[in-house]
Design a protein around this ligand. Structure first.
Ligand SMILES: [Zn+2]
Length: 508
């Protein structure tokens, strides 16, 4: 397997109908208990060694937010971590608390971990169990590192859920975690490892492994298609290895359905181009390919779940560099759908590569297009890095988008898409300007710009990944790189059937 791909997860999830017996407890290295704040004696009595844990919990200072951690006085001396959840009002609040407790439980790297959630109604219990399993799967994952003395391999092999709530879907949790872990892994890879050539190689190997059909449209192929917007960005690269990856997922025994398209921005390193970024703004620009990693992670999760619809995945892979051949302000280029673009600012390269990628995806008349991109600084100014922005040419979909965001814990907010937002990007010399000279509302202008490259009859959702990096982690995710969007996508497709919702609107 490619050194650029993470080792496949070897963690399995098993279930026990009841709370653990003494014998089951002996075979676990760690037990993770989640309870409400100030649990009554009857709750403590239901869990093994509850009397010991209860006595210890009384000794915690009242204001202590840290979970209780101790060895159990039992053969095997399993370690126990007990977390007390104060806020269970939203999935995000649950995820945030549970992620921190799971982090404590994983500190000594157990091979086997038992999970007890006790003291809530069925629905809340299911939510907490699902969050705890996900947090453990994400927390146990090793991010890329090339140390001469490598960290020992992750040890966790088995998670055992005691008294699982009805409807707990562990297969879905494993798939989501695998998709998110892949997205975070790719985003964190050094830019000299995941350069355009490395990305192409990785996509080829991953496609072979997963049974996907892959095609790489290199610069020559893109030139034949007239993809002048993408090529304007890639022409500044030192090597001629940039291109658009197209991957096809086709489930068995499904025919006659139009595919759904997932499109991602894959800028492997963004210097800003001739309008160069200052040092601190450029430092983490290897993460500017996170949108493509999220598209790929979502496709992997859907594949694991045997999603019953065909999916195409389009990744726009290039760097954005400076140099004699790099594009510049006031250049005019023509995109694959014929629209001409006046370049204003070379750091607005994401919308350039997406323009052609969306045009190519649109030319195959998909049922719906979802795109993901770390696109604008103004989206971060608007939402901080806790939410991501969503935009659509079907604004009636916004309630479903916001709901799926709330349910998945990957929260999103819809922005306006009124036509007059295009006034600042009118051009005297081309059909449209790439961006305005001033950045005010740039996330909205960028979305209006992108819409020019999407077929009008195709429902389209654009996710501006303001929450792609959040210091200290976000929701379930323990790392600054969040891989935001994989869980959201699964909620949109599997729980809300967004393509069908969009079709309903078109028919109405
Ligand atoms: Zn840029």
């Amino acid at each position: 397997m490619s050194p650029l791909l993470p080792d496949p997860s070897r963690i399995s999830i098993t279930r026990s109908r009841n709370l653990p017996t003494a014998d089951q407890l002996r075979r676990l290295q760690h037990i993770l208990v989640l309870m409400p704040e100030s649990p009554g004696e009857e709750l403590w009595h239901q869990i093994p060694h509850g009397d010991v844990l209860s006595a210890l919990s009384w000794r915690r200072p009242a204001e202590a937010k840290t979970p209780l951690r101790t060895h159990l006085p039992a053969p095997g001396r399993a370690t126990a971590t007990v977390g007390f959840l104060t806020n269970t009002e939203t999935p995000f609040a649950i995820q945030t608390s549970v992620r921190k407790v799971a982090g404590t439980a994983l500190e000594d790297e157990p091979e086997t971990l038992g999970l007890i959630v006790i003291g809530w109604d069925e629905q809340t219990t299911r939510l907490i169990q699902a969050s705890a399993i996900s947090a453990v799967l994400l927390g146990a994952f090793r991010m890329p590192a090339e140390k001469t003395k490598p960290a020992p391999a992750a040890r966790l092999r088995r998670v055992r859920v005691f008294s699982p709530a009805p409807g707990l879907n562990t297969k879905r949790l494993l798939a989501e975690a695998e998709g998110n872990n892949l997205a975070r892994w790719l985003t964190a890879l050094p830019p000299n490892r995941l350069d355009a050539a490395g990305y192409r190689d990785l996509a080829t190997r991953l496609s072979r492994r997963e049974g996907w059909k892959m095609r790489f449209l290199d610069e020559k192929a893109l030139s034949r298609k007239g993809a002048g917007a993408f090529l304007a960005v890639s022409q500044g690269n030192a090597a001629r290895d940039a291109g658009i990856v197209r991957i096809r997922y086709r489930p068995a025994k499904v025919s006659g359905r139009r595919p759904l398209s997932l499109v991602g921005k894959g800028i492997c390193f963004d210097t800003g181009g001739n309008n160069l970024k200052p040092f601190k703004s450029m430092l983490n620009m290897h993460e500017d390919m996170e949108g493509s990693a999220v598209a790929l992670g979502a496709l992997l999760a859907l594949t694991r779940l045997g999603y019953r619809h065909p999916v195409d995945c389009w990744l726009a892979v290039t760097e954005n560099r400076i140099g004699a051949s790099a594009y510049k302000s006031r250049d005019v280029v023509r995109a694959a759908n014929g629209v001409t673009i006046e370049i204003i600012h070379t750091d607005a390269e994401g919308r350039m590569v997406l323009a052609d990628t969306l045009a190519l995806a649109s030319s195959e008349a998909p049922k719906m297009i979802l795109d993901y991109a770390t696109l604008t600084g103004t989206c971060v100014y608007a939402l901080a890095s806790r939410y991501s922005g969503v935009f659509s040419n079907r604004t009636d979909l916004y309630p479903a988008l916001v709901t799926a965001g709330r349910e998945s814990g990957e929260r999103v907010w819809g922005f306006p898409m009124d036509e007059d937002f295009e006034e600042p990007i009118e051009s005297k010399v081309a059909d449209i300007a790439q961006c305005a000279v001033n950045s005010e509302g740039d996330h909205i202008m960028a979305a209006r710009f992108l819409q020019r490259f999407v077929g009008e009859d195709i429902p389209w959702v654009h996710v501006d990944l303001a929450a792609g990096n959040h210091k200290g982690g976000l929701g379930l995710v323990p790392t600054a790189v969040t891989g935001f969007g994989v869980r959201l996508t699964l909620a949109l497709l599997l729980d809300h059937d967004l393509p069908a919702a969009a079709e309903g609107e078109a028919a109405a």
